[in-house]
Each structure stands twice: as structure tokens, then as C-alpha cells.
Design a protein around this ligand. Structure first.
Ligand SMILES: [Zn+2]
Ligand SMILES: [Zn+2]
Length: 344
């Protein structure tokens, strides 16, 4: 089985210092999702139009003020924008939409479908342009585990963090791709057919290697043999996203679990560790804490951002501190419990 590149590409629309807005593009699909919705007015429309769903961490201005911009861009389009966020986000959407006059939108098909992420359920509402963005209930979906959105290409998981209000952390996880290698069928003396989908489904499900797969009438071969002879497996990439959170044992446990083995982990890093008191008072992380969390989650790559403007001219120090801790020696989890992530 060989490996090819991931189809997810990430980009902070405002870099490390501007409002949080992380675009996750699904290459070759012409699709994208957005994590957080800070100001986006400097991003070209062509970059924003593929966005299908937005995952808002919380409704502090720097994470949500781009909502108006996105609505304006989508308004005349036949599109549904899905928006996820913590409980209360539908009130915020309603309040924003109530701030404009909608007497000429009756013909528009555009809708905003909002899902609030509760502890054990998603609560859905629709705001339709043709109904002047009146709030309509759309039911409740029970949820188990962290998953909030399932798509054929990816899924999104969420974890609530304490920022003196709930702030949602997210992970976008690409599904494993399975492709039949060119020429492999002929080489194995097999003919294509619906059995290939049966094989892929069984592999995705993690069925045992000796599971018989019927490849032709009356002919069965074991799953393991078929998979290694025929399939190219591209493991799904994982993107972790954490902003605006207190460094507490409970938050650390949530973050480490959510971001575990992430290929790339985007983590807020607003303060230097020398200003840890200020960070704690404001329910934010320091760079060193971000590095410790990334290491504990065994992330492959750490991207720090959401820098406080107080460090203008010294942003490199935030990056250096986070990476020194991230790349530091393996340490006991107890360091996290104490709320300090001191260097060895
Ligand atoms: Zn905040
Ligand atoms: Zn913030």
C-alpha cells in the first residue's frame, strides 16, 4: 500500500496576528470550511465562496465579526451556509441579522442553517432570506462523542473549553482515501465490479484481514490479501484548532484528547510565559502552554497564532517560546496538572 498527499490545505486568512479565521480547503473538491469568523474583508471573494460551513469558537468580536461580510457575499446566491457554534450562537446570529432591513430578499434562496453544539445534542435553526431571516426551529439531533458534522470526505469534532464562557475547540479529520492502484486488478487476474466497494467499506470498517470478499461468482479472497495487492491508502489528515482558553487541567485534558496525533495543530498563543498572570486572568494560553499542549497531544506540527498586539515587534519570541516547549523533552503529564509548563 502506498501513500499519496492529503487533500486538505489550511490557511490563516489574517496570518498569526490578525483576527482568527482558519480556512480549510478541500483540494480538488472546490469546497472549504472555515474555523472562526473574525474579519475577512481583505480576503478575495473567490477564496470565500467555496465555504460551506463555518465553525465558530465563541462570539467575542474578533472571532465573529466577519459574519456580516459572509452573509453579504452569499446573499444573492442559491446557497446554504451552515454555521456551528456553542449554545447561544443562534441568538447571536439572530441579533446580527436583526440589525439590517430585509425587504427586498423575498426571491433569494440563501439560508443560514445554525447548529448549536450542546452537551448531548445539536440544536438546529434556519434563517432564510426569503423569510426575512426570521428564526425557524429545525429540530434537535442527539449526539454521541465529539462529532458535530459527518461528510463523505471529512468529519468535524468539537470540544467545549472554559474561557469564562464556553469556547469550542475543533478538529477537522479527513477520511482515509482508498483508491484501486492502476493495473493492479489485471495483475491479480480480477475484474472490476461492485465487490470493490464491498472491499473498501470492509477496509474502512477495520474488518479482520481474513474476512472473505467475493470477487467473482463462487470465488472468495481474504480482505488482507486484496487490500495489499490492490489498494492505495491515503491516511486522513487531522487539523486541530484551539483558541481562547484558560490553561486548566480540565481544558488541557479536552485539548489533548481532541488534538491527539494532529498533523497540524493551530493553537492560540497570545502571551509570553513571563506574562502568565495576565494570560490566566484573561482566560488565555501562553506560548509555552501552547507548546506543552501540542507536545502532550503528540501533534506533528504546531502553528501558533492569535498574538496579542502588545508584543508587536517581538512576535518571534512567541513562536520561539512555543516551539522550544513543543520540541522539548518528553515530560510527565503532571506538569500540565499544575498549570505550569516549565522548561526542563
Ligand atoms: Zn475570547
Ligand atoms: Zn480571541
Amino acid at each position: 500500500m502506498s501513500m499519496t498527499k492529503s487533500s486538505m490545505r489550511t490557511r490563516l486568512l489574517n496570518g498569526q496576528t490578525g483576527d482568527p479565521a482558519l480556512l480549510v480547503q478541500l483540494r480538488w473538491q472546490g469546497r472549504a470550511v472555515l474555523l472562526d469568523l473574525g474579519r475577512i474583508d481583505r480576503t478575495p471573494a473567490a477564496v470565500l465562496l467555496p465555504i460551506e460551513a463555518v465553525f465558530v469558537s465563541h462570539a467575542h468580536m474578533d472571532h465573529f465579526m466577519g459574519f456580516d461580510q459572509l452573509v453579504r457575499l452569499f446573499l444573492a446566491r442559491d446557497a446554504t451556509l451552515r454555521l456551528f457554534g456553542p449554545v447561544g450562537i443562534a441568538d447571536c446570529v439572530q441579533g446580527k441579522l436583526a440589525g439590517y432591513t430585509w425587504n427586498l430578499t423575498d426571491e433569494y434562496a440563501f439560508t443560514v442553517d445554525v447548529s448549536e453544539i450542546g452537551t448531548d445534542a445539536l440544536h438546529h435553526w434556519r434563517f432564510a432570506a426569503r423569510r426575512r431571516f426570521e428564526r425557524e426551529p429545525r429540530g434537535v439531533t442527539p449526539r454521541t462523542g465529539r462529532v458535530v458534522l459527518e461528510d463523505p470526505i471529512f468529519r468535524v469534532e468539537a470540544a467545549p473549553l472554559d474561557h469564562k464562557i464556553v469556547c469550542m475547540a475543533y478538529a477537522v479529520i479527513e477520511r482515509t482515501h482508498l483508491n484501486v492502484r492502476a493495473g493492479a486488478l489485471e495483475a491479480s487476474g480480477l475484474r472490476p465490479g461492485p465487490w470493490l466497494n464491498v472491499l473498501k467499506t470492509a477496509v474502512r470498517r477495520g474488518d479482520p484481514e481474513d474476512t472473505p470478499i467475493m470477487v467473482a461468482p463462487g470465488e472468495r479472497r481474504p480482505l488482507g490479501t486484496l487490500a495489499s495487492a490492490l489498494l492505495d491508502v491515503t491516511p486522513g489528515q487531522k487539523v486541530g484548532y484551539v483558541v481562547d482558553t484558560l490553561f486548566s487541567p480540565a481544558n488541557a485534558a479536552q485539548i489533548i484528547d481532541l488534538a491527539r496525533d494532529a498533523d497540524v495543530f493551530y493553537c492560540e498563543s497570545p502571551f509570553l510565559d513571563e506574562d502568565i498572570d495576565q494570560a490566566t486572568r484573561r482566560y488565555h494560553l501562553t506560548a509555552r502552554q501552547a507548546g506543552a499542549l501540542a507536545r502532550a497531544a503528540r501533534a506533528r506540527r504546531l502553528n501558533v497564532f492569535h498574538f496579542s498586539p502588545r508584543y508587536e515587534g517581538r512576535y518571534g519570541e512567541l513562536v520561539a517560546e512555543a516551539h522550544a516547549e513543543f520540541l522539548g523533552q518528553e515530560k510527565r503529564y503532571g506538569d500540565l496538572d499544575r498549570g505550569h509548563a516549565a522548561l526542563p
